[in-house]
Design a protein around this ligand. Sequence first.
Ligand code: MG
Ligand code: ZN
Length: 476
Amino acid sequence: MKKFIPTLLTSLMILSCGQLQASDDAKTSTIAASSPKNIIMIIGDGMGPAYTSAYRYFHDDPNTPEIEQTVFDRHFVGNSSTYPAAESGYITDSAASATALSTGIKSYNGAIGVNVNKQPVETVLEYAKQSGKRTGVVLTLQINHATPAAYLAHNVHRYNYNAIADSYIDDGIKADLYFGGGWKYFIREDRNIVDEFIQSGFHYIDNYSEISTIPANKPVLGLFAETGLPWALDDTNKYRLSMMTQAATKQLENDNGFFMLIEGSQIDYGGHARDIAAAMHEMDDLAKTLEYLETYVKEHPDTLVVITADHSTGGLSIGKKTERSNPNINSKYLWKPEFLRSMSMSPETIAKRFIDKELSLTQLSELLSFKITATDMENLQQAKLADHQIVKQFKLLATDVKKSKRKPRPYQSVFNVITKIIDVKTNTGWGSISPSGTHTGIDVPVFAFGKGSEMFSGFQDNTDIAKKIFTLLGKK
Ligand code: MG
Ligand code: ZN
């Protein structure tokens, strides 16, 4: 806030310089003329600075001497702090951070578009809609997940998924386009919210192949999965965020402009799971999305694109302490992402297959795209036995005890061994010590291009990003 006010005053002074005698109307039109018509806000969930750096090396063409620049490198403008309201300490969750980015206020971890007193606060998406712009959300998790919900809803807690889904109709429809997952919450026994959208004039699709058939100028709801979409590595379209974004920009275009929120949602899931392979392929889909938007902004220069992260996840480190005894690692300073590039299936899916079938060392090596050792294979067999035991023991629990516990994932131990093997092979490190991972309090990078992008340079707080967008939307 303190940082923002001088910036805002300076920019207003610059805008009104030379027209100090001008009427309020003239000032308004000066601000309006400098504002982009379309604003695209992008959040890489969990995408701390280690992720954009790691992506550079993942993306590098090893056949050229230079390390190729990424789309992130091209548009880096500054940093952002991410801490939540004081009552939640220094480390934010996705809800508090998305609330900061959508409203400009700090709130507690778990808050969806509400302040520390649990009162609703207006979001940039709501303001854009009210000022006559079209609005849309595009993401790879369910559309009522924390990040989009903080732009579209007001709720005391992010995990009130059904209530948040209900509010998408009950509080008035706030977006003209929704692309993501969420059948579980929108087609329920007690309520069919998809039907309610259709009755409100929405075109509904539930398959990527239907994206090309959406009628022009019609609001659209596209739900493509029960909850989140498959990992990029497993999806029928590895570049699904990019594909949905291309369709969304076309669908939202209109004379008054649009505000769109895009989220690369599952980078965070990769970080929590300490799964570098999944995380890098999610980054790749987000990078493809940005590359498309580069061409979009060239054709539509009155568009602003701002990209940041809500926080960093997992304490990813590019390189970790060398295990001297490991013959695969021969240098302290080494990160080897080449094995990740050629993977074509997520470690999670490989783990499920290993549980379901007898896979040989050779078959596993093929799936992982590098040769595993006999010791790796032994560890995997042991993990498989451990998983069988965990599932067996859970089944034996009394029904009421079962309800109070989280159902174990029948492949968790195998998955942990697979990701550990990949970490050793690539020399990837993680700060978090448990498979559920953690968020870290490090500042996140900010990228921007297009009209008004210079406003986002330097150091800022995540709340400043919302304030700057409100200013660009013309809010006084
Ligand atoms: Mg190169
Ligand atoms: Zn997270």
